[in-house]
Design a protein around this ligand. Structure first.
Ligand code: NDP
Ligand code: 8X3
Length: 287
């Protein structure tokens, strides 16, 4: 009897621009900096996908769109809106299908932030609202709005960016961690609900990564933001983008469901070499 998977596709390298790909359009939320920008570059370079780039800073999105369309000959649509606003999300994507060359097959739910780092009895309520409205409700709005197109396209893939903070809580991380636990829960839930449509749902949970994340968390305090990454080598946005590229490049029958990634000096939210009782590893090569 012939085995179902006797003619398995091999996994093309995510760095191989000539790998066979279905033509596709990918939406990346939060593409104006950090992970989102790096993912946009990765998808353009390795897959040649057309892109829809979202975020509030339209000038950055327009510059990235111009750069990537010029360099890779792809179509890039910058859409500037606040993902906390459900009406703005609906308006931004309204009629988008008519503007696309290729089916919308990929949604990278990446837009998000931490605002502040305070004990639960001292948290700023507007910070809480912003994190919940962006990290949880924004992800839901984008997903709900785009699912009709994703369902129609076949071979769709949703990638949600969670965090190690959603896996283990840490001191003063309360509401941010709760939003990322929600991303974890919603990823599991949408994976079940979308099984009938063959839509892959991948959740990626990075640990500390040096982007604008801490600058945003500490409201522009550069010294405090830089101090977060002192004493160890954190993940870079490129590391996360490469991992997203790997997950997207897998054969049709394979889905990475849940992936936690950290730099080598971090175990989880609270154990890293910055902890007083942990000695950093020697980084010199053995003779
Ligand atoms: P950045 O601050 O560099 O990027 C955040 C992106 O989200 C920006 O493009 C920003 O765009 C967008 N964004 C934020 N708020 C809104 C909003 N209201 N409407 C639309 N877009 C918005 O941080 P990262 O790249 O590090 O963060 C990306 C994701 O990764 C976030 O979900 C974050 O929680 C998560 N993460 C980060 C880690 C880290 O250590 N850096 C680790 C684990 C997860 P704009 O400001 O233009 O609106
Ligand atoms: C970002 C990682 O550890 O700063 O999600 O919460 S952490």
């Amino acid at each position: 009897m012939e085995k179902k998977n006797s003619q398995k596709e091999t996994s093309p390298s995510c760095d191989n621009p000539t790998a066979r790909r279905r033509p596709a359009t990918a939406v990346i939320t939060g593409a104006s900096s950090g992970f989102g920008e790096a993912i946009a570059r990765r998808l353009a370079h390795s897959f040649g996908y057309d892109l829809i780039l979202t975020g509030r800073r339209g000038d950055r999105l327009a510059a990235l769109a111009q750069e990537l369309s010029g360099k890779y000959g792809i179509e890039v649509h910058p859409l500037a809106f606040d993902i906390q606003d459900s009406a703005a999300v609906a308006t931004a994507f309204s009629g988008i299908e008519q503007r696309l060359r290729h089916p919308l097959r990929i949604l990278i739910n990446n837009a998000g932030l931490a605002a502040g780092l305070s004990s639960i009895d001292a948290g700023d309520i507007s910070d809480w609202d912003q994190m919940i409205d962006t990290n949880v409700k924004g992800l839901l709005y984008a997903t709900r709005t785009l699912l009709p197109l994703l369902k129609k396209s076949g071979y769709a893939h949703i990638v949600n960016i969670g965090s190690t903070a959603g896996k283990n809580m840490y001191r003063n991380g309360n509401v941010y961690a709760a939003t990322k636990s929600a991303v974890d829960a919603l990823s599991q839930a949408m994976r079940i609900d979308l099984l009938p449509y063959g839509i892959k749902v991948t959740a990626i949970h990075p640990g500390a990564a040096e982007t604008e994340f801490s600058l945003v968390r500490f409201k522009g305090d550069e010294a405090r933001a830089e101090a977060v990454y002192e004493g160890f080598t954190p993940l870079a946005a490129q590391d996360v983008a490469d991992t997203v590229g790997y997950c997207l490049g897998l054969p049709d029958h394979v889905c990475i469901n849940d992936l936690v990634m950290t730099c080598v000096t971090q175990a989880n939210s609270f154990y890293n070499v910055k902890s007083a009782d942990i000695t950093p590893p020697a980084r010199t090569d053995p003779k």
